[in-house]
Design a protein around this ligand. Structure first.
Ligand code: BTN
Length: 328
């Protein structure tokens, strides 16, 4: 959003429910009435409700549920996460754009959000369906002071933070399927794709991409995923504010990130286990070449899944390599 439009919006927001006269806006911003009118029109086109009344001026009557940085920033109390936001109406993939920004040295916690993705990427080379204005598609950049093998736990942390945000904001009881899918009644409402640039001993940067199915109807999903995907709206029975959900996630993630850097990963792993729907149950783990049936016993301190095979052997599954199916 350009600076003038941004300033007018801030002014209207501060004064609401009072009107702000056109004359005052002109004076404060040193612009003509025509310029003010043009920016008011542009705000309306972005979905803001603005009432104009002769003599009284302008009144902000409604804000859109768009993922505009101005909206996400409203009342956001994070220290670094989401403080710098790049908004895209449409983009091939927020992960790809975030990787470019990270390679150019973007600030820690920088986030790319999109209303739609034309080439959304899922784990294991899959496609991620990204219907416009319906879901939340975002990627944030981290420079964690960790070694590459610890990166797995950050993906589990992302699932914990989103599960907490979903439960608190929508009341929908999302559970976590290892490593980081969120499920409601066995269907997926969120997927996480973490990509890493690292050397043997240190992480250069990490991009954490998250896709949440928020307000989709069944028809918004491609036929191939309809059986396995659902939206929060379908379970909450109401339209969910994408902005509020994203704000809640950012706060939760930063909380767990800070706890982990101070106290280690034990607290977040414990919370992951509490919210897991894929422990203490029969599972099938698959790589492109082979699959194993077994009993999901636990996760270890690196976030790997420990599966007891029928012969008694304990198999350690690492998230990048395998997919998991919950057996009936
Ligand atoms: C999965 O479950 O397979 C992971 C899905 C991750 C999708 C998100 S949407 C935002 C970000 N950009 C992408 O291209 N993918 C991730």
């Amino acid at each position: 959003m350009d600076l003038l439009k941004d300033t007018i919006l801030r002014l209207l927001r501060e004064r609401s429910p009072e009107y702000v006269s056109g004359e005052e806006i002109c004076r404060l911003l040193n612009v003509t009435r025509t310029a003010v009118w043009k920016h008011i029109q542009a705000l309306r086109e972005n979905g803001y409700g603005i009432e104009a009344r002769s003599r009284a001026g302008y009144l902000l009557t409604g804000v859109p549920d768009k993922l505009f940085p101005e909206e996400i920033g409203q009342g956001l109390s994070t220290r670094f996460l989401g403080r710098n936001i790049l908004y895209c109406d449409s983009v091939p993939s927020t992960n790809n754009l975030a990787k470019e920004l990270a390679a150019q040295g973007a600030a820690d916690g920088t986030m790319v959000v999109a209303e739609e993705q034309s080439g959304g990427k899922g784990r294991l080379g899959r496609h991620w369906s990204s219907a416009k204005y319906k879901g939340i598609f975002f990627t944030f950049i981290l420079y964690p002071p960790l070694i590459p093998s610890e990166a797995n736990v950050l993906t589990l942390m992302t699932a914990v933070a989103m599960a907490e945000a979903v439960r608190n904001e929508t009341g929908v009881a999302a559970g976590i399927k290892w490593p980081n899918d969120l499920l409601v009644d066995g269907k997926k409402i969120c997927g996480i794709l973490v990509e890493l640039s690292a050397e043997m001993e240190r992480i250069n940067y990490m991009v954490v991409g998250v896709g949440v199915n928020v307000n989709q109807e069944e028809n918004d999903f491609p036929e191939v995923v309809r059986l396995n995907a659902t939206s929060l709206k379908a379970h909450a029975g109401r339209v969910i504010s994408r902005v509020k959900l994203l704000q809640a996630f950012l706060k939760e993630f930063e909380k767990w990130y800070d706890i982990s850097l101070e106290q280690g990963f034990a607290p977040v792993l414990a919370r992951w286990k509490e919210m897991s729907v894929s422990l203490n149950c029969p599972v099938r783990i698959s790589t492109p070449n082979k699959s194993w049936d077994g009993w999901a016993e636990d996760i270890d301190s690196d976030g790997a899944l420990l599966v007891r095979l029928p012969g008694g052997e304990l198999k350690r599954a690492i998230s990048g390599e395998v997919s998991l199916r919950l057996s009936e």
